[in-house]
Structure formats: C-alpha cells, structure tokens
Design a protein around this ligand. Structure first.
Ligand SMILES: [Zn+2]
Length: 280
C-alpha cells in the first residue's frame, strides 16, 4: 500500500518523522553517521490501515512497532516501543490532531514499554491498561503462578520501569473499540487487542512478521529475536489458534509489516508450529 497517500491529513510521513533520524543515528552509530544525509533510512515510518496507524522505529534494520488506534475523540496507543520513539509518538498524535487518551500494552518487554515512562511524564492523566498477569512483569517480577508451566520468562523484562498500570484488564474486557484477548505464550500475560469495528488484530509478539510470519517461539533465522524471548511455545500455539479463530482481517505484530487478509498464512504457520511441537 502507498503509505504516503494514507498519512494523516495528507502530510508526508517523511516530513514529520524527520526528527527521529538523528536520535537514532546517534544511538546506533555513536555519532559516526551524524553527517550522513539520509533520514529515510532510520526514520520512523507510518503506515495506515483503516483505524490502525503503525509506527515503526528502524524499519529497515530492526523494526519495532507500536500502534495508534483512531477513535472518534482520541487515540489509543498500543505499546510504547523504544525510548527514542517518544517524540515521534507524540508528533504522530499532534499531526493527526487527536490526543492520546489511553495507553494499552500487549506485554512488558523492553521494546514494547521503552518510551512509557517519558510518555507518562507528558501525558500524566492518560491511563495505562495492561493485563493483570502481565502487570507483574512491569515491576520486574518473573515468578510464575502454580498453574503455569515451569519455564523461565525470557526477553528484556524491565528493571527500572517507574510506570505502573492504572487499569488491570482481563480477557473479554472492552477498551473503547478494542476487545481484550488474553494470549499467553510469548510472556505469561501477553494480550492481544481486536478492533471490533473492522477485525483488525494487534497481537504484540504472539506472532511475528519480520523474517517470515511465525507463531511466537518459531525461530526465523533472519529475525530470531521474538522467538528467543518467548516463554512457552505450547501456550503460544494455543493462543495462536485462539487469535486465528477471531478471523482477523489484518494482523498487526510487534515486528514486521502489517499483514492484510492473514488467515491462510496464519493457518500455515500454526500447522508448522503444531508439527514442530509434536515431533519433540
Ligand atoms: Zn516481546
């Protein structure tokens, strides 16, 4: 799809995300690329699909997504990417001329909560929603419940996050247009959100698209990181079935492009993951 045409208010994403290039360049290169005239390569990318705006940091090298969901009177931010995405997230909301009124988390890994503290400093009254189970990870607590498989919680669990959830949600709750769908596996409290207006499904890392579509835990050599950070492959597979059975029109993941009409591809990778687990 042509993201230029779909940029909010017809503005070029290239123009309004220019700022992040320089932050990113400094971060990634320690400054040696500082004079390289290239914003396009590192800038945050914006892609729209109906009510969904995908914001992607480092789209070409290590894509990290967060999402803005457009509601009538405001925007719901799903996940908070990395710390240097902070200004771009606010800038996107400014350009769309709508305030961020809710922040919702799929899970608490570092690349999904990176800008959360900074956002909360600016958006003091905006409530943060997270599943009850995942809220423990926000304070660095990786202990398991008695009924959970005894496997280590992996990935970058935050150590110094200041922000805590304002609202604890559970499967079946509604947040604006979003239905809360519990999807454990990648982490014990991973949660997906279904936009009930159009069946767009935002899944965090329950699936990945970068490196090839995969259920959490299935290694894709070109982008193995989400699999390496996955807690429980069996639970992830059960959640993948559950998410597929919602018949999403669009699959929006933490890493990789938006996938339109994803059902056939989801069926294929779910079958693959099933066979891999069986052959163990
Ligand atoms: Zn993750």
């Amino acid at each position: 799809m042509n993201t230029e045409d779909n940029s909010p208010k017809g503005l070029s994403r290239r123009d309004f995300f220019k700022g992040s290039a320089f932050v990113t360049v400094g971060l990634v290169s320690g400054g040696f690329l500082a004079n390289y005239k290239m914003p396009e390569f590192f800038t945050m990318r914006l892609t729209q699909e109906k009510t969904l705006y995908q914001l992607t940091l480092m789209p070409l090298i290590f894509p990290v997504n967060c999402y803005l969901i457009e509601e009538e009177n405001g925007l719901t931010l799903i996940d908070a990417a990395l710390s240097f995405g902070f200004k771009d997230i606010l800038k996107a909301s400014e350009k769309m001329d709508k305030p961020i009124t809710k922040i919702v988390l799929t899970h608490a890994h570092g690349d999904h909560i990176g800008a959360l503290d900074q956002l909360k400093q600016t958006l003091k009254d905006v409530p943060v929603y997270v599943s009850q189970r995942e809220s423990r990870l926000m304070s660095g607590d990786t202990t398991l419940d008695a009924d959970e498989d005894n496997l280590p919680v992996k990935g970058s669990v935050p150590k110094n996050l200041l922000t805590r959830a304002d609202v604890l949600v559970k499967d079946g709750d509604q947040i604006g247009s979003l239905l809360v769908v519990s999807a454990p596996g990648h982490t014990p409290g991973s949660t997906a959100y279904l936009d009930t207006r159009n069946n767009i499904l935002i899944v965090g890392d329950a699936f990945q698209v970068r490196g090839g579509l995969a259920v959490a835990g299935q290694i894709r050599p070109l982008f193995p990181f989400p699999a390496l950070a996955t807690w429980n492959k069996k639970a992830a597979l059960e959640s993948a079935h559950k998410l597929r059975n919602l018949d999403p029109s669009v699959l929006a993941t933490g890493h990789g492009n938006i996938l339109v009409n994803p059902l056939k591809a989801m069926d294929e990778v779910i079958a693959q993951a099933e066979n891999a687990l069986k052959s163990k």
